[in-house]
Design a protein around this ligand. Structure first.
Ligand code: EPZ
Length: 427
């Protein structure tokens, strides 16, 4: 079925929305259960397709998976014997490469297909492999599969040439059973890295410094099952904050950690949006004209790259010239062509987008080009005058739980329609 979203713009968002568990923490914590002797109970798991794929991969490898309720899963990986992740599933999802670190730790061997994922530039894994090699492993890449093996994993010092979330996580996973001390320098500091370290420590690991640029992991002999609740998703929260600003709304975003949203809050205030922090919620009100601004995406605690498409849409609604610089990915402006169909005036030169904000957009048929760009097109549709139809919404549903329902709960005029796929019907 060719499903799409149909949005009637012009309705200010109002009311409350509850944020789900963090996708990028869940896709690291779920593979990490391979390291536990005995069952793990993971709470606040977001009901999104990336998580569903991860759980299916574990089940296909022999783990027992039991949903205790909509967002709580019990995972027992005792019966997992073969350190191979099926190509058919892993190829759909970049984060499947976290199985490399977890399987290498437990079996001294791992075979996983080369990562796929969103297409916004080259997505190498050289730093992951550099870390595995430093710990004493050898690797080969044949027929689209990465094969990593080690006689014995020994703690080592690894300096990351580039700040990378994936490599920081994968090396942490590979180091928890390594003999002695592993030090990761120039480590990424995202909230989901701290969440994974806390999860591993709750299983009996000895990880210090997560959230700083030096992480130390002292190898232990065995990790055990635990019960753990995943942190709220800072990017989902930021997406709703910007949707409220784009529609001149007034919403309360609940189940959040204000500290994780500091860079987004600071930028929204610069754009003239009123933001009020509470203990576990944040209020966003936009009742005055949006102001042009400039932003550069950076590793945490800088402005997140996963909020770049969303802030670009917001700045098309501010009068004047704004500049967005992508500091992480080589080619993360592919969605701009879709935005131009809605009247946006943006020129892109490599990693820099210059936005001539006109203060409004008009509805049009557009496509989601990746997960966060798709969410940004929804924001554009909510703010635009008239009807916007968005195709390729499977991208969006990879990372946003109950997105349509949550937006409807805020007064958005949005629905999901399934246009029958003629080819599928013919077959
Ligand atoms: C994670 O991707 C996130 N995905 C991405 O979010 C996010 O954009 C990214 O971190 C940056 O925050 C998950 O957590 C599942 P990186 P990851 O390794 O780990 C270069 C979303 O929308 N690099 O931090 O793949 C790389 O090319 C997704 O939820 C190397 O050079 O990103 C990039 O320029 C999209 N060598 C930079 O580092 C390596 O070995 C950051 O990449 C690895 C990365």
């Amino acid at each position: 079925m060719l499903e799409k979203y149909v949005i009637e713009g012009g309705h200010p968002l109002h009311g409350e929305v509850a944020i789900s568990g963090a996708k990028n923490a869940a896709v690291a914590i779920i593979p990490a259960t391979i390291l536990a002797k005995g069952p793990c109970i993971i709470e606040n798991v977001p009901n999104i397709s990336d998580v569903a794929i991860m759980l299916k991969i574990l089940r296909d490898m022999g783990a027992s998976i039991r949903m205790l309720d909509k967002s709580t899963v019990e995972i027992d990986t005792t019966m997992v014997e073969h350190p191979v992740v099926p190509y058919e599933l892993a190829k759909h999802m970049r984060a499947s490469y976290y199985f490399l670190g977890a399987l290498l730790s437990r079996f001294n061997h791992a075979e996983v297909s080369m990562p796929g994922g969103c297409d916004f530039g080259v997505r190498p894994i050289d730093q992951h492999l550099k870390g595995f090699k430093a710990l004493g492993a050898q690797y080969s890449i044949d027929h689209g599969m990465i094969d990593v093996q080690a006689d014995e994993l020994i703690g080592a010092q690894v300096y990351l040439d580039v700040v990378t979330v994936g490599a920081t996580i994968n090396i942490m996973l590979a180091a928890v059973y390594a003999k002695g001390l592993t030090i990761i320098e120039n480590a990424a500091k995202e909230p989901h890295i701290v969440d994974l370290a806390n999860f591993l420590n709750s299983m009996g690991a000895e990880i210090m410094g997560a959230g700083t640029d030096v992480i130390k992991i002292r190898g232990v002999r065995q990790l055990y099952g635990t019960t753990y609740s995943i942190i709220p998703d800072q990017i989902e929260a930021g997406t709703f904050m910007i949707a409220a600003a784009a529609t001149h709304g007034d919403i309360l975003v609940r189940n959040i950690i204000p500290k994780h949203l500091e860079s987004i809050t600071a930028k929204l205030e610069r754009i003239g949006v009123t933001v009020e922090d509470y203990d576990d919620s944040i209020r966003v009100r936009a009742n005055q004209p949006l102001l042009k601004s400039s932003v550069k995406t950076m590793p945490h605690p800088g402005f997140p790259t996963d909020m770049q498409p969303q802030i670009t849409v917001l700045l098309t609604l501010a009068e004047g010239t704004s500049i967005v610089t992508e500091g992480i990915w080589d080619n993360r402006f592919k969605y701009v062509d879709e935005l131009r169909r809605m009247g946006a005036d943006i020129s892109v030169d490599g990693k820099v987008a210059v936005i001539e904000g006109k203060g409004h957009l008009t509805g049009a048929p557009v496509k989601a080009t990746d997960l966060r760009a798709g969410a940004a097109m929804v924001i554009a549709g909510l703010a635009a005058e008239g009807i916007t139809e968005i195709e390729n919404i499977y991208y969006i549903e990879r990372g946003y739980e109950d997105f349509v329902e949550k937006l409807k709960g805020l007064g958005a005029c949005i629905k999901k329609v399934g246009a029958p796929d003629l080819l599928e019907q013919a077959l």
